[in-house]
Design a protein around this ligand. Structure first.
Ligand code: ATP
Length: 326
C-alpha cells in the first residue's frame, strides 16, 4: 500500500451505462484520499499505445448522467499476448502508475488477472457489463439500465403487436447469460423467455403461444437471449412459424441500443459505491479482486471466481413468466 501514489483507471470491453459514474467515483475517492489519478483511454489499447491522461476532480464533472464512457472503450487483441502486456507494463511505468482499476466484463477481468500476476501489479476490477454474467456479484454496472431499455422497447412493441394481433420474437443481449431476457420478460409482461441456461423446448413454447392466442390474447411477445444454441430470435421464429403458419410472427433484434442511454439511479448508485470501494480496497492492501455486491453488501471477489459465471437462472423466475402469461 505504501508505494501506491498514482492510480490508473480504464474501461474495457463492451460499454455499459454507469461506467462514467464509476470513473467519477474512482477518480474523486482517490483524490479525496490523496492519490494522483490517471485515465487510460480505449481500455488496454491505451495502455499499449500510451494514451494516458491526467484526471482531476473537474475531469469527471457532469458525467454521472451520461451513458457510454468518457475514457472510451475497446477490445484489444494485442493485450492477449505477452508482448502486448509487456508494452502495457512499460507504458504504465513510464506514466508513473502504481495500481490499476479496470472497469469491464469477464474478458477484461481475465486480462487484468494475467497482467497482475505477470507483473505483480495491484489491480482492482469493477463489474462493468450489461450482461450481468460475472460470478460473485448480484449485479453489474449497466445491467439495470439495459433492463429498463428492454422494458421500454417491449412496451412499445406491445402496442403494435396487439393492434395487428402479432407474435413478436424480441432478441436481447446477454452473451452467455439469460438475465436480460428473463427479467426483461417479467418486467414487460412477455409471454415467454428463452434463455441459454435452459433447453429450448420449441414445442412447449409454440403450445403456450397457441393456447394464449386461442384463449384470451391478441398478441404474444417472446424474449429471446442472443445465443447460437437457440439460433437467436430469427432461428426460433422460423421454427415456430413452421408449426403455426397462421400467425403473423415478427422478429425484432434490439441490438446495441441496449447499451446506450442515461444510467438508471440503481446503476449510478451501484457504480458510485463500487468506485469508492475500489480505492478503499487498495488502502486496505487488497489486490487482484473484483468488488461485487451480495445482498446489498460490498464484497471482494477473487478474479478466478468473478470470471466463472455460474450464478445460474432462478427456475422460479421462469415459472413466474409462465404463470403470469396465462
Ligand atoms: P463484455 O462483457 O461487455 O463483452 P468484456 O470485458 O468481457 O466485456 P472482452 O472483449 O471479452 O469484453 O474483453 C475485453 C478485453 O480484455 C479484450 O479485448 C482483451 O484486450 C482483454 N482480454 C480478454 N481476455 C483476455 C485474456 N485471456 N488475456 C488477456 N487479455 C484479455
Amino acid at each position: 500500500m505504501e508505494q501506491i501514489k498514482c492510480i490508473g483507471v480504464l474501461t474495457s470491453g463492451g460499454d455499459a451505462p454507469g461506467m462514467n459514474a464509476a470513473i467519477r467515483a474512482v477518480t474523486r475517492t482517490a483524490i479525496y484520499h490523496g492519490f494522483t489519478v490517471k485515465g487510460i483511454r480505449r481500455g488496454y489499447k491505451g495502455l499499449i499505445t500510451g494514451d494516458i491522461v491526467g484526471m482531476e476532480s473537474q475531469s469527471v464533472s457532469n458525467i454521472i448522467q451520461l451513458g457510454g464512457t468518457i475514457l472510451k472503450s475497446a477490445r484489444c487483441k494485442e493485450f492477449c499476448t505477452p508482448e502486448g502486456r509487456k508494452l502495457a507494463y512499460e507504458n504504465m511505468q513510464a506514466a508513473g502508475i502504481d495500481a490499476l482499476v479496470v472497469i469491464g466484463g469477464d474478458g477484461s477481468i481475465k486480462g487484468a488477472g494475467e497482467f497482475a500476476s505477470e507483473y505483480n501489479i495491484p489491480v482492482v476490477a469493477l463489474p462493468g457489463t450489461i450482461d450481468n454474467d460475472l460470478g460473485g456479484t448480484d449485479a453489474t454496472i449497466g445491467y439495470d439500465s439495459a433492463l429498463n431499455t428492454i422494458m421500454e422497447a417491449v412496451d412499445k412493441l406491445r402496442d403494435t403487436a396487439s393492434s395487428h394481433e402479432r407474435l413478436f420474437f424480441v432478441e436481447v443481449m446477454g452473451h452467455t447469460a439469460g438475465y436480460l431476457a428473463l427479467n426483461g420478460a417479467i418486467a414487460s409482461g412477455a409471454e415467454a423467455a428463452i434463455v441459454p441456461e435452459m433447453e429450448t423446448e420449441v414445442d412447449q413454447l409454440a403450445e403456450l403461444i397457441n393456447n394464449g392466442f386461442r384463449k384470451s390474447k391478441n398478441s404474444a411477445i417472446v424474449l429471446v437471449a442472443e445465443n447460437p444454441k437457440t439460433g437467436g430470435a430469427i432461428g426460433l421464429a422460423e421454427r415456430v412459424k413452421k408449426e403455426f403458419p397462421q400467425y403473423d410472427a415478427r422478429v425484432t433484434i434490439l441490438g446495441h441500443l441496449q447499451r446506450g442511454g442515461s444510467p438508471t439511479s440503481l446503476d449510478r448508485i451501484l457504480a458510485s459505491r463500487l468506485g469508492e470501494a475500489a480505492i478503499e480496497a487498495f488502502m486496505e492492501g487488497q489486490r487482484n479482486v473484483m468488488i461485487g455486491v451480495r445482498n446489498s453488501q460490498l464484497v471482494y471477489v477473487p478474479f478466478s471466481k468473478a470470471i466463472r459465471h455460474n450464478k445460474g437462472i432462478n427456475r422460479t423466475y421462469l415459472d413466474l413468466v409462465k404463470i403470469l402469461s396465462i
